[in-house]
Write a protein that binds this ligand. Structure first.
Ligand SMILES: Nc1ncnc2c1ncn2[C@@H]1O[C@H](COP(=O)(O)OP(=O)(O)O)[C@@H](O)[C@H]1O
Length: 238
């Protein structure tokens, strides 16, 4: 420990990139490789919608239209989840921050517990190809494995190749019209965060157009360096 009140710093990683860039897939792999907790504000909001909470009811219409949910709602669901004990292992944020105001709020939130963003990893893709990547994708609701009608079909319709589950799910907002709006929201409100983190020396760029395994390796190299740095900081503070 670094003192009576300050816990050791834990890694805080951010995945940046448009819808379809592979943030969810790569965040899941970072969980498997490094034990980092995947915090997806999209998942947290979808859970709130499914549970019919006031936040979920307010978010639902905006999500169906492909716009951005208000910072107040997003910050509330995120900070509640961040307070869970498992997040002390380190987190990978997927889909957050999405605006400069959210990035500032995150810095303030982390600052209060002596933490900081270690790296914002930008998944660099050709945006023009993202609509076809997103429309047609589906996920195993049991193990989380991702598939696509054209690019990665299952061997047996309705059955997960990975775990054998028969619980395939498709997101309501993965239709062409909503994806176009989500891409517009990304370019207008989220893409400026790339320069924002670059200015702060935290940006790491990864080419995310190749095979999933190669991309995972490139991301893992960035994360491994950050985790080493974080533990050195903790040791130096002893
Ligand atoms: N940080 C956020 N700020 C505002 N809205 C968000 C945020 N994260 C998720 N959302 C809402 O949830 C939707 C789905 O987000 P997400 O699951 O991250 O998918 P994707 O990155 O593929 O668009 C977004 O279109 C938006 O309406």
């Amino acid at each position: 420990m670094t003192g009576d009140t300050q816990p050791d710093p834990v890694p805080v990683l951010i995945l940046l990139g448009p819808p379809g860039a592979g943030k969810g897939t790569q965040a899941r792999r970072l969980h498997e490789t490094f034990g980092l907790v995947q915090l997806s504000t999209g998942d947290l909001l979808r859970a709130a919608v499914a549970a019919g909470t006031p936040a979920g009811k307010a978010a639902q219409t905006v999500m169906q239209a492909g716009g951005l949910v208000s910072d107040d709602i997003v910050l509330a669901v995120l900070s509640e989840r961040l307070a869970d004990p498992d997040c002390a292992a380190g987190v990978v944020l997927d889909g957050f921050p999405r605006t400069t105001a959210q990035a500032q709020a995150l810095d303030e939130m982390l600052d209060r517990s002596g933490q900081r963003v270690n790296a914002a990893i930008s998944l660099e893709v050709d945006s023009a190809g993202m609509v076809s990547r997103v429309v047609g994708r589906f996920t195993c609701g049991d193990c989380g494995e991702g598939y696509h009608d054209s690019f990665k079909p299952v061997k047996t319709t309705g059955v997960c190749d990975s775990c054998g589950g028969q619980n395939m799910t498709r997101r309501a907002d993965d239709n062409a019209a909503t994806v176009m709006s989500r891409l517009d929201a990304y370019h207008e409100q989220t893409a400026p965060l790339i320069a924002w983190y670059e200015t702060r020396g935290a940006l790491r760029r990864v080419d995310a157009m190749g095979g999933i395994d190669r991309i995972s390796e490139d991301i893992a190299a960035v994360v491994a360096a950050q985790i080493t740095t974080t533990s050195h900081h903790a040791e130096a503070a002893l």
